[in-house]
Ligand binder design. Structure first.
Ligand code: HEM
Length: 415
Protein backbone atom coordinates (compact mmCIF):
# COMPACT_ATOMS: atom_id res chain seq x y z
CA UNK A 1 0.00 0.00 0.00
CA UNK A 2 1.14 3.55 -0.69
CA UNK A 3 1.81 5.92 2.19
CA UNK A 4 -0.82 8.27 3.52
CA UNK A 5 -0.31 10.68 6.44
CA UNK A 6 -2.16 9.44 9.51
CA UNK A 7 -4.85 11.82 10.81
CA UNK A 8 -6.14 11.04 14.26
CA UNK A 9 -9.27 13.16 13.76
CA UNK A 10 -10.42 11.02 10.82
CA UNK A 11 -13.93 9.64 11.45
CA UNK A 12 -14.42 5.97 12.24
CA UNK A 13 -16.06 4.31 9.27
CA UNK A 14 -18.29 1.24 9.00
CA UNK A 15 -19.72 1.39 12.53
CA UNK A 16 -23.40 1.18 13.37
CA UNK A 17 -23.64 5.02 13.64
CA UNK A 18 -21.91 5.31 10.28
CA UNK A 19 -24.39 2.93 8.64
CA UNK A 20 -27.27 5.03 10.03
CA UNK A 21 -25.88 8.31 8.72
CA UNK A 22 -22.59 8.15 6.80
CA UNK A 23 -22.88 11.68 5.40
CA UNK A 24 -21.01 13.64 8.13
CA UNK A 25 -18.07 11.21 7.80
CA UNK A 26 -18.10 11.59 4.04
CA UNK A 27 -18.14 15.40 4.37
CA UNK A 28 -15.03 15.15 6.55
CA UNK A 29 -13.28 12.90 4.03
CA UNK A 30 -14.15 15.19 1.10
CA UNK A 31 -12.61 18.13 3.01
CA UNK A 32 -9.57 16.47 4.58
CA UNK A 33 -8.72 13.25 2.77
CA UNK A 34 -10.57 13.09 -0.55
CA UNK A 35 -8.66 9.96 -1.57
CA UNK A 36 -8.45 8.06 1.68
CA UNK A 37 -6.90 4.70 2.51
CA UNK A 38 -8.89 2.58 4.90
CA UNK A 39 -9.21 -0.99 6.07
CA UNK A 40 -12.61 -2.39 5.20
CA UNK A 41 -14.57 -4.58 7.65
CA UNK A 42 -13.47 -7.59 5.57
CA UNK A 43 -9.81 -6.76 6.38
CA UNK A 44 -8.99 -5.66 2.82
CA UNK A 45 -7.26 -2.26 2.43
CA UNK A 46 -8.78 0.08 -0.16
CA UNK A 47 -8.79 3.72 -1.28
CA UNK A 48 -12.05 5.67 -0.92
CA UNK A 49 -12.70 8.47 -3.45
CA UNK A 50 -15.25 10.96 -2.14
CA UNK A 51 -15.25 14.17 -4.25
CA UNK A 52 -17.58 14.42 -7.24
CA UNK A 53 -14.94 15.49 -9.78
CA UNK A 54 -12.49 12.77 -8.69
CA UNK A 55 -15.25 10.16 -8.54
CA UNK A 56 -16.36 10.93 -12.09
CA UNK A 57 -12.77 10.77 -13.34
CA UNK A 58 -12.11 7.48 -11.54
CA UNK A 59 -15.27 5.86 -12.92
CA UNK A 60 -14.11 6.61 -16.47
CA UNK A 61 -10.39 5.84 -15.96
CA UNK A 62 -9.30 2.87 -18.10
CA UNK A 63 -6.35 2.30 -15.73
CA UNK A 64 -8.86 1.15 -13.11
CA UNK A 65 -9.84 -2.41 -13.95
CA UNK A 66 -13.01 -4.19 -12.88
CA UNK A 67 -11.31 -7.59 -12.99
CA UNK A 68 -10.78 -8.90 -9.42
CA UNK A 69 -7.72 -10.82 -10.69
CA UNK A 70 -5.96 -7.45 -10.87
CA UNK A 71 -6.13 -7.08 -7.09
CA UNK A 72 -2.58 -7.17 -5.71
CA UNK A 73 -3.74 -9.26 -2.76
CA UNK A 74 -6.23 -11.36 -4.72
CA UNK A 75 -4.85 -14.57 -3.22
CA UNK A 76 -5.31 -13.32 0.35
CA UNK A 77 -8.57 -11.56 -0.30
CA UNK A 78 -10.17 -14.63 -1.83
CA UNK A 79 -13.80 -14.38 -0.94
CA UNK A 80 -13.58 -10.80 0.28
CA UNK A 81 -13.87 -9.02 -3.04
CA UNK A 82 -17.03 -9.17 -5.14
CA UNK A 83 -20.35 -10.82 -4.46
CA UNK A 84 -20.04 -13.33 -1.59
CA UNK A 85 -20.48 -16.87 -2.75
CA UNK A 86 -20.17 -15.82 -6.35
CA UNK A 87 -16.86 -17.37 -7.19
CA UNK A 88 -17.82 -19.83 -9.84
CA UNK A 89 -15.92 -19.00 -13.00
CA UNK A 90 -19.10 -18.96 -15.08
CA UNK A 91 -20.93 -16.36 -13.05
CA UNK A 92 -17.80 -14.22 -12.63
CA UNK A 93 -17.72 -13.32 -16.30
CA UNK A 94 -20.43 -10.70 -15.99
CA UNK A 95 -20.32 -7.04 -16.98
CA UNK A 96 -19.29 -5.66 -13.60
CA UNK A 97 -16.20 -7.89 -13.42
CA UNK A 98 -14.71 -7.48 -16.87
CA UNK A 99 -12.89 -4.87 -18.95
CA UNK A 100 -12.81 -4.05 -22.67
CA UNK A 101 -12.66 -5.69 -25.15
CA UNK A 102 -14.77 -8.45 -23.49
CA UNK A 103 -16.95 -5.88 -21.73
CA UNK A 104 -17.57 -4.00 -24.99
CA UNK A 105 -18.63 -7.19 -26.78
CA UNK A 106 -20.95 -8.44 -24.01
CA UNK A 107 -22.50 -5.04 -23.35
CA UNK A 108 -23.20 -4.57 -27.06
CA UNK A 109 -24.89 -7.96 -27.22
CA UNK A 110 -27.05 -7.45 -24.12
CA UNK A 111 -27.97 -3.93 -25.24
CA UNK A 112 -29.53 -5.43 -28.36
CA UNK A 113 -31.96 -7.40 -26.20
CA UNK A 114 -32.40 -5.18 -23.12
CA UNK A 115 -33.51 -2.03 -24.92
CA UNK A 116 -35.33 1.04 -23.53
CA UNK A 117 -38.18 0.11 -25.92
CA UNK A 118 -38.55 -3.34 -24.31
CA UNK A 119 -38.61 -1.69 -20.89
CA UNK A 120 -41.25 0.85 -21.98
CA UNK A 121 -43.50 -1.97 -23.26
CA UNK A 122 -43.23 -3.47 -19.80
CA UNK A 123 -44.80 -0.44 -18.05
CA UNK A 124 -48.37 -1.89 -17.80
CA UNK A 125 -47.03 -5.05 -16.14
CA UNK A 126 -45.10 -2.99 -13.55
CA UNK A 127 -48.30 -1.03 -12.82
CA UNK A 128 -50.28 -4.26 -12.33
CA UNK A 129 -47.63 -5.75 -10.05
CA UNK A 130 -47.50 -2.55 -8.00
CA UNK A 131 -51.28 -2.45 -7.61
CA UNK A 132 -51.46 -6.12 -6.62
CA UNK A 133 -48.88 -5.62 -3.89
CA UNK A 134 -50.73 -2.60 -2.49
CA UNK A 135 -54.09 -4.47 -2.73
CA UNK A 136 -52.65 -7.10 -0.37
CA UNK A 137 -52.11 -4.68 2.52
CA UNK A 138 -54.24 -1.60 1.77
CA UNK A 139 -57.12 -2.47 4.11
CA UNK A 140 -54.84 -3.37 7.00
CA UNK A 141 -53.80 0.27 7.46
CA UNK A 142 -50.18 -0.63 8.16
CA UNK A 143 -47.32 -2.43 6.46
CA UNK A 144 -43.60 -2.94 6.34
CA UNK A 145 -42.85 -1.33 3.01
CA UNK A 146 -39.54 -3.12 2.59
CA UNK A 147 -40.81 -6.69 2.97
CA UNK A 148 -44.26 -6.29 1.51
CA UNK A 149 -43.59 -3.85 -1.29
CA UNK A 150 -40.04 -2.81 -2.16
CA UNK A 151 -38.66 -6.36 -1.89
CA UNK A 152 -41.12 -8.33 -4.06
CA UNK A 153 -41.65 -5.72 -6.79
CA UNK A 154 -38.21 -5.73 -8.47
CA UNK A 155 -37.72 -9.49 -8.29
CA UNK A 156 -41.10 -10.27 -9.86
CA UNK A 157 -40.53 -7.51 -12.44
CA UNK A 158 -37.13 -8.76 -13.57
CA UNK A 159 -38.31 -12.39 -13.50
CA UNK A 160 -41.23 -11.46 -15.77
CA UNK A 161 -38.96 -9.52 -18.09
CA UNK A 162 -36.43 -12.36 -18.29
CA UNK A 163 -39.19 -14.90 -18.91
CA UNK A 164 -38.94 -16.89 -15.67
CA UNK A 165 -42.22 -18.86 -15.45
CA UNK A 166 -44.55 -17.49 -12.74
CA UNK A 167 -44.52 -20.79 -10.82
CA UNK A 168 -40.73 -20.51 -10.34
CA UNK A 169 -40.63 -16.86 -9.31
CA UNK A 170 -41.16 -17.42 -5.58
CA UNK A 171 -38.09 -19.70 -5.53
CA UNK A 172 -36.00 -16.97 -7.15
CA UNK A 173 -37.44 -14.43 -4.70
CA UNK A 174 -36.37 -16.64 -1.78
CA UNK A 175 -32.87 -17.30 -3.15
CA UNK A 176 -32.37 -13.61 -3.93
CA UNK A 177 -33.57 -12.83 -0.38
CA UNK A 178 -30.92 -15.18 1.01
CA UNK A 179 -28.29 -13.36 -1.02
CA UNK A 180 -29.12 -9.91 0.28
CA UNK A 181 -29.33 -11.07 3.88
CA UNK A 182 -25.63 -12.00 3.78
CA UNK A 183 -24.78 -8.89 5.84
CA UNK A 184 -26.34 -10.52 8.87
CA UNK A 185 -26.40 -14.17 7.90
CA UNK A 186 -23.93 -16.98 7.34
CA UNK A 187 -21.92 -16.80 4.12
CA UNK A 188 -22.69 -20.48 3.53
CA UNK A 189 -26.31 -19.51 2.92
CA UNK A 190 -25.24 -17.09 0.19
CA UNK A 191 -23.10 -19.70 -1.53
CA UNK A 192 -26.03 -22.11 -1.47
CA UNK A 193 -28.39 -19.47 -2.89
CA UNK A 194 -25.93 -18.61 -5.69
CA UNK A 195 -25.51 -22.29 -6.50
CA UNK A 196 -29.27 -22.74 -6.75
CA UNK A 197 -29.70 -19.65 -8.93
CA UNK A 198 -26.86 -20.80 -11.18
CA UNK A 199 -28.33 -24.28 -11.57
CA UNK A 200 -31.78 -22.88 -12.20
CA UNK A 201 -30.62 -20.33 -14.82
CA UNK A 202 -28.47 -22.89 -16.68
CA UNK A 203 -31.45 -25.21 -16.94
CA UNK A 204 -33.86 -22.43 -17.94
CA UNK A 205 -31.54 -21.08 -20.65
CA UNK A 206 -31.07 -24.56 -22.01
CA UNK A 207 -34.83 -25.04 -22.14
CA UNK A 208 -35.44 -21.65 -23.81
CA UNK A 209 -32.82 -22.39 -26.46
CA UNK A 210 -35.08 -25.14 -27.74
CA UNK A 211 -38.20 -22.97 -27.62
CA UNK A 212 -37.44 -19.27 -28.11
CA UNK A 213 -40.11 -16.76 -27.12
CA UNK A 214 -40.44 -13.00 -26.79
CA UNK A 215 -38.83 -12.70 -23.35
CA UNK A 216 -35.43 -11.21 -22.50
CA UNK A 217 -33.65 -14.56 -22.11
CA UNK A 218 -34.78 -15.54 -25.61
CA UNK A 219 -33.63 -12.10 -26.77
CA UNK A 220 -30.21 -12.68 -25.20
CA UNK A 221 -29.90 -16.08 -26.88
CA UNK A 222 -30.95 -14.59 -30.22
CA UNK A 223 -28.78 -11.46 -29.98
CA UNK A 224 -25.85 -11.51 -32.33
CA UNK A 225 -23.16 -9.06 -33.23
CA UNK A 226 -21.15 -9.64 -36.40
CA UNK A 227 -22.20 -13.27 -36.23
CA UNK A 228 -21.18 -13.61 -32.56
CA UNK A 229 -23.57 -14.91 -29.92
CA UNK A 230 -23.50 -15.22 -26.15
CA UNK A 231 -22.34 -18.65 -24.99
CA UNK A 232 -24.62 -20.47 -22.49
CA UNK A 233 -22.26 -19.51 -19.65
CA UNK A 234 -22.22 -15.88 -20.74
CA UNK A 235 -26.01 -15.84 -20.98
CA UNK A 236 -26.27 -17.33 -17.46
CA UNK A 237 -23.81 -14.75 -16.07
CA UNK A 238 -25.78 -12.01 -17.83
CA UNK A 239 -29.09 -13.17 -16.32
CA UNK A 240 -27.41 -13.42 -12.95
CA UNK A 241 -26.08 -9.85 -13.08
CA UNK A 242 -29.47 -8.56 -14.26
CA UNK A 243 -31.11 -10.28 -11.28
CA UNK A 244 -28.46 -9.28 -8.80
CA UNK A 245 -27.70 -5.71 -9.96
CA UNK A 246 -31.36 -4.84 -10.32
CA UNK A 247 -32.70 -6.32 -7.14
CA UNK A 248 -31.29 -4.81 -3.94
CA UNK A 249 -30.71 -1.52 -5.77
CA UNK A 250 -34.38 -1.10 -6.62
CA UNK A 251 -35.52 -2.22 -3.15
CA UNK A 252 -33.32 0.51 -1.70
CA UNK A 253 -34.39 3.18 -4.16
CA UNK A 254 -38.02 2.62 -3.19
CA UNK A 255 -37.23 2.22 0.55
CA UNK A 256 -34.75 5.10 0.91
CA UNK A 257 -36.87 7.26 -1.39
CA UNK A 258 -40.15 6.84 0.49
CA UNK A 259 -38.30 7.28 3.80
CA UNK A 260 -36.70 10.54 2.61
CA UNK A 261 -40.12 11.83 1.53
CA UNK A 262 -41.69 10.94 4.88
CA UNK A 263 -38.87 12.77 6.69
CA UNK A 264 -39.29 15.91 4.53
CA UNK A 265 -42.97 16.89 4.74
CA UNK A 266 -42.78 19.91 2.41
CA UNK A 267 -41.10 17.92 -0.31
CA UNK A 268 -43.50 15.08 0.23
CA UNK A 269 -46.45 17.48 -0.17
CA UNK A 270 -44.92 18.68 -3.44
CA UNK A 271 -44.54 15.10 -4.67
CA UNK A 272 -48.08 14.29 -3.52
CA UNK A 273 -49.42 17.21 -5.59
CA UNK A 274 -47.38 16.13 -8.61
CA UNK A 275 -48.79 12.61 -8.38
CA UNK A 276 -52.39 13.79 -7.94
CA UNK A 277 -52.11 16.27 -10.82
CA UNK A 278 -50.36 13.73 -13.07
CA UNK A 279 -47.22 15.88 -13.27
CA UNK A 280 -44.91 13.18 -14.68
CA UNK A 281 -42.06 15.65 -15.08
CA UNK A 282 -41.86 16.47 -11.38
CA UNK A 283 -42.31 12.82 -10.44
CA UNK A 284 -39.38 11.89 -12.71
CA UNK A 285 -37.19 14.75 -11.47
CA UNK A 286 -38.14 13.91 -7.88
CA UNK A 287 -37.06 10.29 -8.24
CA UNK A 288 -33.68 11.46 -9.61
CA UNK A 289 -33.28 13.73 -6.59
CA UNK A 290 -34.16 10.90 -4.21
CA UNK A 291 -31.40 8.91 -5.89
CA UNK A 292 -28.88 11.72 -5.43
CA UNK A 293 -29.94 12.45 -1.86
CA UNK A 294 -29.78 8.90 -0.47
CA UNK A 295 -29.14 6.52 -3.34
CA UNK A 296 -29.15 2.72 -3.19
CA UNK A 297 -25.53 2.26 -4.29
CA UNK A 298 -23.38 3.89 -1.62
CA UNK A 299 -20.08 2.72 -3.11
CA UNK A 300 -19.58 1.68 -6.74
CA UNK A 301 -18.37 -1.88 -7.27
CA UNK A 302 -14.64 -2.71 -7.00
CA UNK A 303 -11.93 -1.24 -9.20
CA UNK A 304 -8.20 -2.10 -9.21
CA UNK A 305 -5.23 -0.02 -10.40
CA UNK A 306 -3.56 -1.74 -13.37
CA UNK A 307 -0.50 0.52 -13.02
CA UNK A 308 0.81 3.01 -10.44
CA UNK A 309 -1.29 6.18 -10.69
CA UNK A 310 -1.99 9.46 -8.92
CA UNK A 311 -5.53 10.46 -8.01
CA UNK A 312 -6.11 13.91 -6.47
CA UNK A 313 -2.44 13.99 -5.48
CA UNK A 314 -2.51 10.56 -3.83
CA UNK A 315 -0.20 7.80 -5.12
CA UNK A 316 -1.96 4.51 -5.69
CA UNK A 317 0.13 1.40 -6.35
CA UNK A 318 -0.56 -1.22 -8.99
CA UNK A 319 -3.13 -3.75 -7.82
CA UNK A 320 -4.61 -1.60 -5.06
CA UNK A 321 -8.42 -1.43 -4.84
CA UNK A 322 -10.12 1.91 -5.45
CA UNK A 323 -13.70 2.38 -4.23
CA UNK A 324 -15.68 5.30 -5.59
CA UNK A 325 -18.10 6.55 -2.94
CA UNK A 326 -21.12 7.64 -4.98
CA UNK A 327 -23.03 8.72 -1.85
CA UNK A 328 -20.23 11.14 -0.93
CA UNK A 329 -19.75 12.46 -4.47
CA UNK A 330 -23.48 13.17 -4.79
CA UNK A 331 -23.37 15.38 -1.66
CA UNK A 332 -20.31 17.36 -2.81
CA UNK A 333 -20.98 21.12 -2.33
CA UNK A 334 -18.52 21.83 -5.16
CA UNK A 335 -21.04 20.24 -7.51
CA UNK A 336 -24.47 20.60 -5.86
CA UNK A 337 -25.89 23.70 -4.13
CA UNK A 338 -27.09 22.89 -0.60
CA UNK A 339 -26.28 19.19 -1.15
CA UNK A 340 -27.73 17.99 2.17
CA UNK A 341 -31.14 19.43 1.32
CA UNK A 342 -33.72 17.28 -0.49
CA UNK A 343 -34.96 19.48 -3.35
CA UNK A 344 -37.20 17.55 -5.73
CA UNK A 345 -37.18 20.37 -8.28
CA UNK A 346 -33.35 20.60 -8.30
CA UNK A 347 -31.96 21.59 -11.68
CA UNK A 348 -28.84 20.27 -13.42
CA UNK A 349 -28.97 17.16 -11.25
CA UNK A 350 -26.20 15.13 -12.90
CA UNK A 351 -25.81 12.72 -9.98
CA UNK A 352 -23.62 9.62 -10.10
CA UNK A 353 -26.25 7.29 -8.62
CA UNK A 354 -26.21 5.10 -11.74
CA UNK A 355 -22.44 5.35 -12.12
CA UNK A 356 -20.62 6.86 -15.07
CA UNK A 357 -18.57 5.69 -18.07
CA UNK A 358 -18.68 2.29 -19.72
CA UNK A 359 -20.21 0.54 -16.68
CA UNK A 360 -23.06 3.08 -16.41
CA UNK A 361 -26.13 1.22 -15.16
CA UNK A 362 -27.60 -0.88 -17.93
CA UNK A 363 -30.87 -1.18 -16.02
CA UNK A 364 -31.43 2.55 -15.43
CA UNK A 365 -34.55 2.72 -17.66
CA UNK A 366 -36.11 -0.21 -15.78
CA UNK A 367 -35.08 1.19 -12.37
CA UNK A 368 -36.65 4.54 -13.26
CA UNK A 369 -39.85 2.90 -14.46
CA UNK A 370 -40.14 0.80 -11.29
CA UNK A 371 -39.32 3.63 -8.88
CA UNK A 372 -41.67 6.16 -10.53
CA UNK A 373 -44.49 3.62 -10.67
CA UNK A 374 -43.93 2.37 -7.11
CA UNK A 375 -43.56 5.75 -5.41
CA UNK A 376 -46.23 7.43 -7.55
CA UNK A 377 -48.81 4.67 -6.99
CA UNK A 378 -48.09 4.46 -3.28
CA UNK A 379 -48.69 8.18 -2.75
CA UNK A 380 -51.76 8.21 -4.96
CA UNK A 381 -53.42 5.20 -3.32
CA UNK A 382 -52.31 5.87 0.27
CA UNK A 383 -52.26 9.67 0.55
CA UNK A 384 -52.23 9.50 4.37
CA UNK A 385 -49.00 7.47 4.40
CA UNK A 386 -46.81 8.16 7.41
CA UNK A 387 -43.90 6.60 9.26
CA UNK A 388 -44.92 4.18 12.04
CA UNK A 389 -41.57 4.06 13.84
CA UNK A 390 -39.14 6.39 15.50
CA UNK A 391 -36.40 7.05 12.91
CA UNK A 392 -33.85 6.32 15.67
CA UNK A 393 -35.16 2.76 15.84
CA UNK A 394 -34.82 2.02 12.14
CA UNK A 395 -31.90 -0.21 11.14
CA UNK A 396 -29.87 0.05 7.98
CA UNK A 397 -28.58 -3.04 6.23
CA UNK A 398 -24.82 -3.13 6.68
CA UNK A 399 -23.15 -4.02 3.40
CA UNK A 400 -20.25 -2.27 1.75
CA UNK A 401 -21.80 -1.45 -1.61
CA UNK A 402 -25.50 -0.94 -0.93
CA UNK A 403 -27.30 1.42 1.39
CA UNK A 404 -30.85 0.55 2.47
CA UNK A 405 -33.27 0.10 5.35
CA UNK A 406 -33.99 -3.34 6.79
CA UNK A 407 -37.60 -2.41 7.51
CA UNK A 408 -39.83 0.59 6.85
CA UNK A 409 -42.97 0.41 9.03
CA UNK A 410 -45.69 2.74 7.79
CA UNK A 411 -49.31 3.40 8.51
CA UNK A 412 -52.21 5.29 6.87
CA UNK A 413 -55.88 5.76 7.47
CA UNK A 414 -57.62 2.91 5.74
CA UNK A 415 -61.15 3.82 4.74
C1 HEM B 1 -24.36 -1.04 -13.17
C2 HEM B 1 -26.90 1.61 -9.99
C3 HEM B 1 -30.93 -0.83 -11.08
C4 HEM B 1 -28.38 -3.60 -14.06
C5 HEM B 1 -24.71 -0.11 -12.21
C6 HEM B 1 -23.79 0.83 -11.60
C7 HEM B 1 -24.50 1.55 -10.71
C8 HEM B 1 -25.86 1.09 -10.75
C9 HEM B 1 -23.96 2.66 -9.80
C10 HEM B 1 -22.31 0.99 -11.93
C11 HEM B 1 -21.44 0.24 -10.95
C12 HEM B 1 -19.97 0.50 -11.14
O1 HEM B 1 -19.55 1.26 -12.04
O2 HEM B 1 -19.20 -0.07 -10.36
C13 HEM B 1 -28.19 1.18 -10.03
C14 HEM B 1 -29.27 1.77 -9.27
C15 HEM B 1 -30.40 1.07 -9.57
C16 HEM B 1 -30.04 0.06 -10.52
C17 HEM B 1 -29.12 2.94 -8.31
C18 HEM B 1 -31.80 1.20 -9.08
C19 HEM B 1 -32.31 2.13 -8.51
C20 HEM B 1 -30.61 -1.75 -12.03
C21 HEM B 1 -31.54 -2.64 -12.67
C22 HEM B 1 -30.80 -3.44 -13.49
C23 HEM B 1 -29.41 -3.04 -13.39
C24 HEM B 1 -33.05 -2.65 -12.43
C25 HEM B 1 -31.24 -4.54 -14.41
C26 HEM B 1 -32.28 -5.19 -14.37
C27 HEM B 1 -27.09 -3.14 -14.05
C28 HEM B 1 -26.01 -3.79 -14.80
C29 HEM B 1 -24.85 -3.05 -14.53
C30 HEM B 1 -25.24 -1.97 -13.64
C31 HEM B 1 -26.13 -5.02 -15.69
C32 HEM B 1 -23.45 -3.33 -15.09
C33 HEM B 1 -23.23 -2.52 -16.33
C34 HEM B 1 -21.84 -2.68 -16.88
O3 HEM B 1 -20.92 -3.06 -16.14
O4 HEM B 1 -21.68 -2.43 -18.09
N1 HEM B 1 -25.97 0.07 -11.68
N2 HEM B 1 -28.70 0.15 -10.77
N3 HEM B 1 -29.34 -2.01 -12.50
N4 HEM B 1 -26.59 -2.07 -13.37
FE1 HEM B 1 -27.66 -0.89 -12.16
Amino acid sequence: MSEQPCDSSAPTLFTWEFATDPYPAYAWLRDHAPVHRTTLPSGVDAWLVTRYADAKKALADPRLSKNPQRHSAAAHAKGKVGIPGERSAELMTHLLNIDPPDHTRLRRLVSKAFTPGRVAEFAPRVRTLTDQLIDAFEERGEADLIHEFAFPLPIYAICDLLGVPREDQDDLRDWAGMMIRHGSGPRGGVARAVKRIRGYLAELIHRKRGDLGEDLISGLIRASDHGEHLTENEAAAMCFVLLFAGFETTINLIGNGVYALLRNPEQRAQMQRAVEEGDERLLAAGVEELLRYDGPVEIATWRFATEPLTLAGQRIAEGEPVLVVLAAADRDPERFAAPDVLDLARRDNQHLGYGHGIHYCLGAPLARLEARTAIGTLLRRLPGLRLAADPEDLRWRGGLIMRGLRTLPVTWNST
